[in-house]
Write a protein that binds this ligand. Structure first.
Ligand code: ADP
Length: 540
């Protein structure tokens, strides 16, 4: 077996994937010579002088790893390792060094970094668009951002806005990496593309295809566009939303022979899909705003019309109220005379017919006067003229007063009124006259419209609320009629036998509200009725 050390050394470096050499360094002369090279080293095509490089390293005693960028674009990594040479000469050091061509690895790393940067640019420009209230506002900065992170030199967005069935565009943004690149030719977005010789592009774009062209591949009639824009590569991507053509995103590259790689193309197409989404969002929003403003002006119009109608109604109502109040007043004076004089006229007992007529005049007049008084009352309530006179009193006293006054009417029908005063006797601050008026009306109705031997008057405190109820056991009021009877001149089953105007409950309810309270009714057909007056302890 041949154990020659040179063969052993040679074998140890031969299998190395890197170009490897062993050198002997003369430490005094600062020189070196090759002892061994592996075949990889021998085959290296180095178009730079490795010897000068090594001599420099030796001179500086620097054996750190180094990257060399060679003119032809290659990148070399040169590193050193220790080498112990057993039979070495004095004044000589031995070293092993490796040369590795890392051009591909570096390129790949650069590629990854570039792609990362590119995607970052895309993401950040989309981010800008998301944050802006409208695409149009955010578009210039978003596209500028995109541009700075990508290979492209200029970018634009044309919004498709057909006019009277003609294809037209509006320029929404045109950004360039530097101002040395020209802006988009005006006719490109102002004129018909077919007239400009670019009809083929529009046709393709509207069908959803991307246009990736350079001057060589362009049709003759399209060449002017490259001359005008000075672009070497143009990329036109349709912006669409649900198959609707919304516009064109365009990119230019000015560097010669640098087409857009397929992978990047996909990313630009993704950007344009996002654009479609944003543009559609903007269009939806502006349509919504249009509806909103139409609606607003419609509402305004209606409000003006309604205000006018309301004012007219108010004027008419005021005139009616004034007329009625005036009339009622004017009517009362002659009526009082009629009633008064009919009382004074003395007819001989023999004149039965005359006395009967006189009685008609008297009762008719009194009824009319009653009605006029009620109308006057109602008018005052409705026009808000009614004044509240506050005093503090015990509610049971008012109830008793009402019983006294209504007693003759109850007696006439042989009806008993059962009164239940409150368990707790405490004062209320309200208008006693108006409460009395309400109670008289409710009691009078209960007597008039029922025939049971008795009715009930209950007065009680429920917390801070005073509740006075008039209960009868008469026919009751159907659910349907319960609301109606509070309206003016509503009389149920008005056969003329029972006197009344149909105003009492309307007035009572108006008064209850004026006193800060409420007049309610609980009744069932055939089960009697309960009218309940609820009042606060103190009117606020
Ligand atoms: P008036 O008694 O003058 O007709 P109201 O406004 O006081 O006017 O009452 C309206 C109508 O409600 C009455 O005509 C009557 O038909 C009905 N009504 C009122 N109170 C009762 C009652 N306790 N039971 C049955 N019906 C009643």
């Amino acid at each position: 077996m041949n154990l020659d050390p040179w063969s052993l050394f040679k074998a140890s470096i031969e299998g190395n994937e890197l170009g490897t050499a062993i050198i002997a360094i003369d430490t005094l002369k600062k020189n070196f010579e090759y002892l061994l090279k592996n075949s990889k080293f021998e085959s290296l095509q180095l178009d730079f002088n490795i010897n000068i490089f090594l001599r420099n390293k030796i001179k500086n005693n620097d054996f750190s790893t180094e990257l060399l960028y060679i003119d032809n674009g290659a990148i070399l990594e040169i590193s050193f390792g220790k080498f112990v040479f057993p039979n070495g000469e004095q004044n000589k050091e031995y070293s092993k060094f490796f040369i590795k061509d890392i051009t591909t690895k570096r390129r790949q790393e650069e590629e990854i970094a570039w792609r990362l940067r590119f995607e970052l640019g895309v993401a950040s420009s989309i981010q800008i668009l998301i944050q802006q209230p409208s695409v149009k506002e955010g578009l210039p900065s978003a596209l500028y951002q995109l541009l700075n992170f990508t290979e492209m030199d200029s970018v634009f967005f044309l919004k498709y806005e057909p006019l009277e069935n003609k294809d037209r565009f509006k320029l929404w943004a045109n950004e360039r990496k530097t101002t040395k690149y020209p802006l988009l030719p005006i006719q490109f977005y102002n004129e018909d593309w077919y007239d400009l010789g670019l009809g083929r592009w529009l046709h393709k774009l509207k069908r959803g295809s991307t246009i990736h062209l350079n001057p060589k591949k362009a049709f003759r009639r399209e060449k002017w566009f490259f001359e005008e824009t000075k672009a070497d590569t143009i990329l036109l991507i349709p912006v669409r939303f649900e198959n609707k053509f919304l516009g064109v995103m365009g990119f230019f590259k000015y560097k010669q022979n640098s087409p857009v790689e397929h992978e990047n193309l996909l990313i630009y197409q993704t950007v344009s899909r996002w654009m479609g989404l944003f543009v559609q969002r903007d269009m939806d929003l502006s349509e919504l705003n249009r509806y909103k403003s139409t609606l607003e002006s419609l509402v305004l119009e209606r409000t003006v019309a309604l205000t006018k109608t309301k004012e007219e109604l108010e004027r008419a109502y005021k005139a009616k109220t004034e007329f009625l109040a005036h009339m009622s007043h004017e009517l009362r004076t002659p009526l009082n005379s009629i009633i008064g004089f009919s009382k004074l006229i003395q007819l001989p007992d023999t004149d039965e017919t005359g006395k009967e007529y006189l009685n008609y005049i008297y009762t008719g007049g009194t009824r009319l006067l009653n009605m006029i008084n009620e109308i006057l009352n109602l008018m005052k309530i409705e026009s808000g003229q009614i004044k509240v006179q506050l005093t503090t009193f015990r509610p049971e006293d008012i109830c008793r007063q009402s019983l006294e006054l209504i007693q003759p009417q109850a007696n006439a029908k042989k009806m008993e009124i059962r009164f239940r005063p409150p368990l707790e006797s405490k004062p209320v601050t309200s208008d006693s006259g108006k409460i009395l008026q309400i109670l008289l009306n409710l009691l009078s109705n209960a007597i008039k419209y029922t025939n049971h031997p008795y009715i009930e008057l209950d007065c009680e405190w429920v917390g801070d609320s005073l509740e006075i109820s008039v209960r009868d056991f008469g026919p009751g009021i159907s659910e349907e009629d319960q609301n109606r009877i509070f309206h003016t001149f509503t009389r149920l089953n008005d056969d003329g036998n029972i006197e009344g105007t149909g105003l009492g409950l309307t007035i009572s309810q108006g008064l209850a509200i004026r006193l800060g309270g409420h007049l309610g009714l609980q009744s069932q057909w055939g089960q009697g009725s309960v009218f309940k007056l609820k009042l606060p302890e103190i009117i606020k």
